[in-house]
Write a protein that binds this ligand. Structure first.
Ligand code: ADP
Ligand code: MG
Length: 281
């Protein structure tokens, strides 16, 4: 049984005058425990709608969403579903609720009614996991964007979710902040086995995932591993960019120099170095 299961899911928003905007159309998707999935698509492709349907904030008009076998349409399961899935949103300023970092992180576990000792333990663990322990007593308002998002991630982590969905959580950050968040999430996925769905329009982030799902006009149009980048049209047809290293490699290939499909600066450098040594990349 997949952990998160979308079965032929439709969702429409009313748009006045009895009209509807079809945000998701017949979406089928399975995400297993421990997976690291990037969900990409241009503006309006349905990514946030997908996130809201995953934790039962919205319910499907057609089809079914289940989390660990529980339907989001079953009211009695929503509490359990929301303990299993944590969502981090785009704007860090809307997610910090108190004036002290550790109180912010404790907010979720307190709402679960956990015993104080357990809350303390989870808060310390979560702040450490995102590298923010030394800021436990700080005011979130004084932190950088990347640090605020790491605190927001700690707040979700303190609930010990089995799946974390980041809905363009790096969208408002500078490159340094984006790297901080991506590093933390990648490490948590590897070390704790927490599944991750990273919703992003930064292709460098998508390239860090094990699996990439592309949404276009509310439908999934591609779903695969890193090899998807070898058919660049699936990205460009969906209105997406390619990682800069893939674009340069494409231009080199057109000029008769094949360095494969490097997805990061490190892979690019390694491929060029191998070429220089006269070997195959
Ligand atoms: P994305 O996150 O990929 O940008 P969304 O899921 O936010 O896409 O939106 C999908 C479609 O649904 C878009 O056409 C958008 O305009 C529409 N939409 C999203 N939220 C609402 C809403 N609250 N009311 C009406 N239409 C909405
Ligand atoms: Mg969105």
């Amino acid at each position: 049984m997949p952990f998160l299961h979308f079965e032929n899911v439709d969702y429409s928003y009313p748009s006045g005058e009895g009209d509807y905007i079809r945000a998701l159309i017949g979406v089928d998707l399975e995400v297993e425990r421990g997976e690291f999935v990037a969900l990409v698509g241009c503006n309006g492709s349905g990514k946030s709608t997908f996130a809201r349907l995953s934790d039962g904030l919205l319910l499907p008009d057609g089809g079914k969403v289940t989390v660990d076998g529980m339907s989001t349409a079953d009211k009695g399961s929503l509490y359990d579903i929301r303990r299993k899935i944590g969502v981090v949103f785009q704007n860090p300023d809307n997610q910090n609720v108190t004036t002290i970092v550790e109180d912010d992180v404790a907010f979720g576990p307190e709402n679960l009614g956990l015993p104080p000792a357990e809350i303390r333990e989870r808060v310390d663990w979560a702040l450490n996991a995102v590298g923010m322990s030394e800021y436990a007593g700080s005011n979130p308002a004084r932190l950088s964007g990347g640090q605020k998002q790491r605190v927001a991630i700690a707040g979700v982590l303190a609930l010990k979710p089995e799946l974390m969905i980041l809905d363009e959580a790096t969208g408002m950050l500078d490159p340094e902040g984006r790297r901080e968040v991506l590093d933390v999430v990648t490490r948590l996925n590897r070390e704790t086995g927490m599944a991750v769905i990273m919703i992003t329009h930064f292709m460098e982030e998508a390239a860090a995932a094990d699996r990439i799902v592309i949404l276009r006009h509310g439908k999934t149009v591609a779903d695969g591993g890193r090899e998807l980048f070898m058919t660049p049209e699936v990205f460009t047809d969906a209105g997406l960019d390619l990682p800069v290293t893939v674009r340069i490699a494409g231009k080199l290939a057109a000029a008769g120099v094949d360095i494969g499909t490097p997805l990061s600066a490190d892979e690019f450098a390694a491929a060029v170095a191998a070429l220089k040594r006269g070997g195959k990349p």
